[in-house]
Ligand binder design. Structure first.
Ligand code: DAH
Length: 352
């Protein structure tokens, strides 16, 4: 190996040993830089005669080209290596299962509300919606519950701005105010300019009003916000018998249980007379044989009929108020009401 071949060999080895682009540039400087080996050799040409200069110059150039070729090879190799490292770091495992986009679903209580609406619709009931912030009049007074009535104390609620000092507005404690709101609108449509209590004629009022209600109450079976669904049927020939038929039919269909037994237990509500709590009893399953309270009900009180703008000598009817949260718990076997309002997907996704 002559001296120039040796230089080329040494340079190639140093290039290959360079592990980073910066190392490689330093190695390059040692051979091709201003005071590098090859530059020194070129300078040495000055001392030679013309013939020697020519042949030696050609040899040096050849060696220089070989060094440059080795340098370029190494540059390319380092660049390839870097690209590979980067690709590995950002590697995509295309065999991983894709992230699934969750399919949303209705909340169990919403499922119950939809079911209630569908079932009552088949019996000719309209569905009405009303405000959650109520006046004292609609929530209490119009429902035969004057300011000093003891029944009010069972409806402790959240009072809000608006109304008067003696009768501030409030978050409705039940859906019963919708009885008045809906009936008043209905009556207005048929009474024309007549003043006083309307005597008809008028199509029957048949409506349910589901929605949120509020009370100062919180434990495993009570939540400060809960749902109710009001029912109202007013006509000239509507009796307690119809209430029994309608509610029994509803419960048996809702729970898909033909042998479900209902009990109308005498009770008191200011807005109905007579009044009854409605209890149900399953004949099968884990709750079989137990009486479970699901609704309040009764014959609408004449004072309430009056506040609807109707003549109580002519119009009669029944009303009921049930708890869709409770119905949902019974239907699905849920034992803590608070689960419905925690927003825990492990619980909620079981109802899809
Ligand atoms: N509003 C009553 C409550 O929240 C439930 C109720 C009872 C509604 C009797 C009615 C009814 O329509 O007739 O306790």
């Amino acid at each position: 190996m002559n001296e120039l071949d040796e230089v080329v060999h040494k340079a190639s080895v140093e290039f290959v040993q360079a592990l980073t682009p910066a190392d490689l540039e330093n190695a390059k400087a040692r051979y091709l830089g201003k005071s590098g080996v090859m530059t020194d050799l070129m300078r040495g040409l000055a001392a030679l005669g013309p013939e020697d200069k020519k042949s030696r110059g050609a040899q040096i150039n050849k060696a220089k080209q070989a060094i440059e070729a080795a340098l370029n090879d190494r540059r390319q190799a380092l660049a390839d290596l870097e690209l590979q490292t980067q690709l590995q770091a950002e590697a995509l495992d295309v065999t991983l299962p894709g992230r699934q986009r969750g399919v949303g679903g209705l909340h169990p209580v919403s499922l119950t509300l939809e079911r209630i609406e569908a079932l009552f619709s088949t019996m000719g009931f309209d569905v009405a919606d009303g405000p959650e912030i109520e006046t004292d009049w609609f929530n209490f007074t119009a429902l035969n519950t004057p300011a000093d009535h003891p029944a009010r104390s069972m409806h402790d609620t959240f009072y809000v701005e608006g109304g008067s000092a003696e009768a501030p507005n409030l978050l409705r404690t039940h859906t019963s105010p919708m009885q008045i709101r809906h009936a008043v609108q209905h009556v207005k449509r048929y009474c024309g300019d007549e003043s006083g209590l309307f005597k008809g004629p008028m199509p029957e009022i048949r409506v349910i009003a589901p929605g949120r209600t509020y009370r100062v109450d919180s434990d495993a079976t009570h939540s400060p916000m809960f749902h109710q669904c009001e029912g109202l049927w007013i006509g000239q020939d509507v009796s307690f018998k119809d209430l029994k038929y309608v509610f029994t039919d509803f419960c048996r269909t809702f729970f898909e249980s033909d042998d479900l037994v209902l009990r109308f237990r005498p009770s008191f509500f200011p807005f109905t007379e007579p009044s009854a709590e409605i209890d149900i009893q399953f004949q099968q399953g884990p709750l079989a044989g137990k009486w479970l309270e699901v609704a309040g009900s009764g014959q609408v009180h004449p004072n309430v009929i009056r506040n609807m703008g109707l003549d109580p000598e002519i119009f009669v009817g029944f009303a009921f108020g049930m708890g869709p949260d409770r119905l949902t718990m019974l239907r699905y076997g849920v034992n803590d009401l608070r689960l419905f309002f925690d927003g825990d997907l492990r619980f909620l996704s079981q109802f899809q």
